[in-house]
Design a protein around this ligand. Structure first.
Ligand SMILES: Nc1ncnc2c1ncn2[C@@H]1O[C@H](COP(=O)(O)OP(=O)(O)O)[C@@H](O)[C@H]1O
Ligand SMILES: [Mg+2]
Length: 386
């Protein structure tokens, strides 16, 4: 009796070892198919991919495909993010391929799918590089660029030729934000006149469709830093309120935000917490403290936080990102120098709409306090013109 039982157990063990097919080399590693045993599911493999990578001494293993009874595993020998090149960054209206995901797919910032983005990272982590990539990608497109750069303009002044407006001091920022709200109001009036809920609606005549505006904010903490003097405190509070309003209303009216910062914690005031909630696209570069990573990645899978903490200073531009489908990935931006971004800004300077044109109908707009937020909505993706 005992002997019989033992034999059964042994047979089960033999059957459960993986039935590997031929190992085929790929550009970055190899692929191998595995025939599943009865009762096994692809999830049995997805759960142990990290262990497999460890056992096979490769960078990563992922499930490339599966059909009944069979899965295909793809092993990469080296990190695909080690060398990132992408020939063209512009990828359709308001879409920029700024880098590569660790899946090998390009990472696309698509402002119409995810209107507002938060990009955090320590000094030298790759924040400016990502802004450069965005500028190179957006410069040839029919969009307006607006910059907020409180570090004395060092970040965006080189690209000023392609920008429709650039604010480098707090008082200027408050003023420029007020003008952006004026633009939102005018667009709201336009949408009302045509009985549409957003500027992308097909009922809005093409000739009247407003130019989309991408607002780049460098180092958001500078905007929120508490000042001592009463007048400065009032400025900070005006800036915080206006930025939040733009984030809340912008998506329906073609105004998109990309906000950068080393710190985005609530120590900067309540305005920052409310703003963060509106910035649903997240890019977390290497950070110095766990807290900032948590601010950026929220209550995602704890694995995202671990991945963010593991970013090596030897690979600047690497980040953990959350985009439209809400899943997280490792990403590395394509290396774009300030010179390249400056050259793109100069080449396409003639495409920058003048600020006067963008604010053309503002005087006719109503009062922001009378806005019914329910009236306007972000467009459904299917409705968007390509
Ligand atoms: N994706 C990348 N690939 C290669 N080098 C990068 C990448 N991103 C940034 N770097 C380099 O790392 C350094 C710091 O990047 P930078 O964007 O200036 O960081 P930050 O603005 O966060 O301080 C720069 O020398 C830059 O060229
Ligand atoms: Mg920088």
């Amino acid at each position: 009796m005992m002997v019989k039982q033992r034999r059964t157990i042994r047979r089960v063990e033999v059957e459960r070892s993986p039935r590997l097919g031929l190992i085929r080399p790929t550009r970055l590693g190899f692929r191998v198919s595995v025939r599943l045993h009865d009762g096994q599911t692809p999830e049995d493999y997805t759960r142990v991919l990290d262990k497999l990578a460890h056992a096979w001494k490769v960078h990563a293993v992922r499930l490339a495909s599966w059909k009944p009874g069979k899965v295909v595993l793809l092993a990469t020998l080296v990190d695909p993010l080690e060398h990132v090149t992408l020939p063209v960054l512009s990828d359709g209206l308001l879409r920029v391929r700024v880098g590569l995901l660790d899946t090998g797919a390009p990472f696309v910032i698509d402002f119409r799918a995810v209107p507002h983005w938060l990009n955090v990272g320590a000094t030298q982590s790759g924040k400016s590089n990502l802004a450069n990539a965005l500028i190179v990608g957006l410069a040839p497109q029919p969009v307006a660029l607006v910059g907020f750069d409180l570090k004395g303009g060092v970040e965006f002044t080189p690209y000023e030729a392609r920008m429709s407006a650039l604010a480098t001091e707090r008082a200027e920022c408050a003023e420029l934000l007020a003008e952006l709200i004026g633009i939102i109001m005018a667009r709201m009036a336009l949408c009302r006149a045509h009985r549409v809920k957003n500027i992308w609606h097909s009922r809005l005549p093409e000739s009247e469709r407003p130019v989309p505006i991408v607002v780049l904010v460098d180092e958001v903490a500078e905007l929120f830093l508490m000042a001592d003097k009463k007048k400065e405190q009032e400025e900070v509070s005006a800036v915080a309120t206006r930025l939040l309003r733009i984030a809340q209303l912008g998506r329906a009216f073609g105004i998109y935000l990309k906000v950068c910062g080393q710190r985005v914690g609530s120590d900067l005031g309540p305005g920052v917490t409310a703003l963060r909630a509106q910035l649903t696209g997240r890019i977390c570069h290497m950070v110095n403290d766990e807290e900032t990573a948590k601010m950026a990645l929220g209550d995602m899978d704890p694995g995202a936080l671990v991945a963010a903490r593991q970013i090596s200073p030897a690979m600047p531009g690497t980040a953990v990102v959350i985009g439209s489908e809400g899943r997280w990935h490792r990403m590395r931006s394509v290396h774009v120098t300030e010179e390249q971004a400056e050259a793109a800004a100069a080449t396409y300077a003639h495409l920058a709409p003048s600020w006067a044109r963008l604010t053309g109908n503002v005087a006719a707009a109503g009062d922001l306090d009378e806005v019914d937020m329910e009236e306007f909505t972000a467009p459904d993706l299917e409705d968007l013109p390509v």
